[in-house]
Design a protein around this ligand. Structure first.
Ligand SMILES: NC(=O)c1ccc[n+]([C@@H]2O[C@H](COP(=O)([O-])OP(=O)(O)OC[C@H]3O[C@@H](n4cnc5c(N)ncnc54)[C@H](O)[C@@H]3O)[C@@H](O)[C@H]2O)c1
Length: 339
């Protein structure tokens, strides 16, 4: 099996590559990544010398480059993680989200149509369903919940999902989609809530919380998401959407307090800042379908996952420090510039 994993130098994509090379040592994994600010090649250092792994620096919107890669690699599957993924950035500059998340997805699927593929898998998000009210804890997103987006980010992801389903219906492309809740774990980019709070705590810096911090997210340990995708690409039904979530709802403010406590830092570091525009209140996934059809259940409890994550950031300052200083963006040039 030869799998192209796009966006594999990012948070979830890199964890997925590690998972696949460990669980399927006979598979070939080709990582295609543009190395935007969110991609960090040093993350993939542990697998760079694996003979079953190849890294290719490429934009998923580069049609010629993508077609050339398909001609070289004849992939059996494509798993598309590549995306602009930060809601705040999408509010500042929506255009790049439309390009990468929608045009890029179409470009990859056009290559799949042209060269043939056993499976195209789109990694999507629960944010395509919009949000749920805080006072209705009985409500959850199912795969039938209407698409109802709030941010340019979630709208671009929803646009991509609709295209993926349209390519299945119109061209018979063998697609699947997973819509996952918020992930946490190793290699999470320091601008996102959990790593930001851990790193600010370590530096005794203020912990900026949007509004009152009452927004609820359904947190899933990244390895559980990777296992879900592995199951879907092998056993999921073509043309289907699978929600992935762990029934682990937490208020942002409680997460921040928990991190303070774990690192023995005072809650007085918490500062409330102006809320994000259009901030979704609550996300909550109903994962019944993936459980019933594919037997998936999350394995890592939040209490254990957050401990492991905090410890990982304590042990891996050499990974996040260059990101904070901006040095990491020179890494590719240093590694590959003269080759
Ligand atoms: N992080 C979460 O909690 C979460 C939850 C559900 C779904 N998702 C989805 O999972 C996917 C991965 O998320 P993440 O948090 O790992 O993101 P990330 O921002 O950490 O990584 C994105 C990766 O994509 C690459 N990339 C961006 N534009 C590209 C382009 N045009 N061509 C090639 N590569 C490009 C970046 O260099 C980076 O390596 C995204 O599609 C996101 O929508 C994320």
């Amino acid at each position: 099996m030869n799998i192209i994993v796009t966006g594999g130098a990012g948070f979830i994509g890199s964890n997925f590559i590690f998972h696949m090379l460990k669980e399927h040592p006979d598979y070939r994994i080709v990582c295609l990544d543009k190395l935007t600010y969110a991609g960090n090649l040093s993350t993939l250092q542990p697998v760079m010398d694996n003979p079953n792994f190849r890294f290719v620096k490429l934009d998923i919107c580069d049609r010629e480059g993508v077609y050339k890669l398909f001609e070289e690699e004849h992939p059996d599957m494509v798993v598309n993680f590549a995306a602009e993924s930060h809601v705040d950035r999408s509010i500042e500059n929506p255009e790049i989200f439309l390009n990468t998340n929608i045009i890029g997805t179409a470009t990859l699927m056009d290559a799949c149509r042209k060269y043939g593929i056993k499976r195209y898998h789109q990694v999507s998000t629960d944010e395509v369903y919009g949000d749920l009210p805080l006072d209705r804890p009985d409500l959850f997103f199912t795969e039938e919940t209407p698409i109802h987006t709030s941010s340019p980010y979630s709208s671009s992801k929803a646009g991509a999902d609709l295209l993926v389903l349209a390519y299945h219906r119109t061209y018979g492309l063998p697609v699947t989609i997973s819509r996952c809740s918020n992930n946490y774990g190793p290699y999470h980019f320091p601008e996102k809530l959990i790593p930001l709070m851990i790193i600010n705590c370590l530096h005794d810096k203020p912990l900026p919380v949007y509004g009152e911090g009452l927004n609820v997210r359904d947190w899933l340990y990244v390895e559980d998401h990777c296992r879900a995708i592995d199951l879907i690409i092998h056993n999921g039904r073509v043309g289907e959407v699978y929600n992935v979530g762990g029934h682990n709802e937490m208020k942002n403010i409680d997460i921040v307090k928990l991190i303070c406590k774990a690192l023995d830092k005072p809650e007085s570091l918490i500062t409330h800042v102006t809320d994000r525009k259009g901030h979704d209140m609550r996300y909550a996934i109903d994962p019944t379908k993936i459980h019933n059809e594919l037997g998936w259940l999350p394995e890592t409890k939040f209490a254990d996952g957050i401990k492991k994550t905090i410890q990982w950031y304590l042990d891996n300052e050499s990974w996040w420090q260059p990101i904070i200083s901006g040095e990491y963006q020179n890494y590719y040039e240093e590694m590959y510039g003269n080759r």
